[in-house]
Design a protein. Structure first.
Length: 145
C-alpha cells in the first residue's frame, strides 16, 4: 500500500510541475488600444504615449509590453552607436512612417505611426511631418555618447 501511495504522489507531483512549467512559458498577450491624442510639438510626450510601453521610458527596449512581443524591441539609445556614431534620422523617420521594412518587427508588431498620425491630424501632412520629426528628434536626444 505504501508503494502505491508513493507512486500516486510522484505522478501527481510530475503533473503539477508540468502544468506549472507550461504556464511559465506562455507570453502575455499584446493588447492593442487606440493611440491617445498628444501634442505634435512634444517628442517626449509622444514617446511616452506611443513608444514607452514597448521600448521603455528610458528607450532601452525594456518596456512593460516587451515580453509579449515576438522579438525584443530595439534599444533606441544605441542607434547612433550602431550607425558609426551618427544618428540615422532618415531611417528612424522612415520606420515611424512605416516605409522601412524591418525584419526584427516580424509581423508588423510595431505600429506604423505615420498612419496613426495621419488619422490624428485628419490628413494634414504638415502635422504628420511635425510629429514624425519631433519624435525622431526626441529619440536622437536619448543617444548614448
Amino acid at each position: 500500500m505504501a508503494v502505491r501511495w508513493r507512486l500516486c504522489i510522484a505522478v501527481f507531483s510530475v503533473a503539477v510541475m508540468t502544468m506549472f512549467a507550461a504556464a511559465q512559458e506562455q507570453k502575455p498577450a499584446v493588447k492593442h488600444a487606440a493611440a491617445p491624442q498628444t501634442s505634435a510639438a512634444s517628442g517626449k510626450e509622444m514617446f511616452m504615449a506611443y513608444c514607452a510601453s514597448c521600448h521603455g521610458t528610458d528607450a532601452k527596449g525594456d518596456g512593460p509590453a516587451a515580453t509579449a512581443l515576438k522579438d525584443a524591441p530595439a534599444d533606441l539609445t544605441a542607434l547612433a552607436k550602431t550607425n558609426g556614431g551618427k544618428y540615422p534620422s532618415d531611417k528612424v523617420m522612415s520606420v515611424l512612417r512605416g516605409q522601412a521594412n524591418l525584419a526584427a518587427h516580424g509581423t508588423q508588431e510595431m505600429p506604423v505611426w505615420g498612419k496613426v498620425f495621419w488619422k490624428m491630424s485628419q490628413g494634414h501632412e504638415g502635422e504628420v511631418q511635425q510629429r514624425v520629426g519631433n519624435l525622431s528628434h526626441y529619440i536622437e536626444s536619448l543617444q548614448v555618447k
